[in-house]
Design a binder for this molecule. Structure first.
Ligand code: R5P
Length: 283
């Protein structure tokens, strides 16, 4: 049975359809003091908990779901984390700071037999889990909502670390060049400085691709750094966190459309990662 977290219901429902498994109706509650509680239906055999951890509450809820399904009779727990929060804290950036991704992975790994997560910011966090962990690359899904008539497209990464994502989306789209900007982020202020890519963008359609859009600073700084006027600018991110006025920043930067997946359920979640998860589960 598929057991969804409260913020992953759409992707869990898609997955249930894809792999033809029942979808649990979970009760999500909150006590007056803010503490969370879940209640799951009786389980039998394997439970697949599907829960993004985009907030601290969502982390707690995932741990509760893992525990609840075992209490309810599951003898195997598979945990699917469409978006794993805290994954960008994959090392102690300053002395005295935690490796939060490791702390989260240990907690999550203690309640499950296996973990599956989608396009994590840093795949090396796999090593932090005490149980087998597989990482899916869902970036190819971002090609699906793009217009079929892109003009001489360039698939751009806002930093070198995202160039493989840009290539994956280009390959899924079928045609186009790829390039990357150089990015520097000030850790104190969060300000992003971008050095333009080398390709000539005048009159061409641009697709800027990243794993996450959080505040939108990276994407908007990248687009602002373009020396010439592209024809149209599209933006795609596997994880559309979209906090702190990100959509307004992107609109002001001249973006025509923003596309994301349903690893985080937002208005721009145009495509589902469920088929990619289903492929792995059915292998
Ligand atoms: C960081 O390297 C990530 O790949 C994203 O570029 C970053 O998380 C985006 O954050 P923001 O939208 O706040 O600039």
């Amino acid at each position: 049975m598929i057991v969804p977290g409260s913020s992953s219901q759409a992707v869990a429902a898609e997955l249930a359809t894809e792999i033809d498994e029942p979808l649990a109706e979970v009760e999500y509650r909150r006590f007056a003091d803010g503490e969370l509680l879940v209640e799951v239906p009786p389980q039998d055999g394997r439970a697949i908990v599907v829960a993004a951890t985009g907030s601290s509450d969502a982390h707690i809820q995932l741990l509760q779901l893992q525990d609840a399904v075992r209490e309810a009779g599951a003898d195997e727990v598979l945990t699917v984390i469409p978006y794993m929060g805290y994954a960008r804290q994959d090392r102690a950036f300053e002395s005295g700071q935690p490796v939060t991704a490791r702390a989260m992975a240990k907690a999550i790994g203690s309640g499950t037999d296996r973990v599956l997560t989608v396009s994590p910011h840093e795949p090396a966090i796999r090593e932090f889990f005490p149980v087998p962990c597989e990482m899916l690359d869902a970036a190819g899904r971002l090609a699906e909502p793009l217009p079929a008539d892109l003009t001489d497209p360039i698939f751009l990464a806002p930093d070198r670390g995202a160039i493989d994502l840009a290539k994956t989306v280009r390959d899924a789209y079928g045609t186009g060049e790829t390039d990357a900007f150089e990015k520097h982020r000030d850790r104190e202020t969060g300000a992003v400085e971008i050095t333009p890519a080398t390709l000539d963008v005048a009159g061409r359609d641009l697709v800027v691709v990243d794993d996450i859009i959080a505040t939108g600073r990276t994407m908007s700084a990248a687009i602002d750094a373009l020396g010439e006027e592209p024809a149209r600018v599209f933006v795609g991110a596997v994880h559309p966190l979209l906090v702190d006025g990100a959509l307004a920043k992107l609109a002001n930067a001249g973006v025509k459309a923003v596309y994301g997946t349903d690893t985080i359920e937002r208005s721009v979640s145009e495509v589902s990662v469920a088929p990619v998860i289903a492929d792995l589960l059915q292998d």
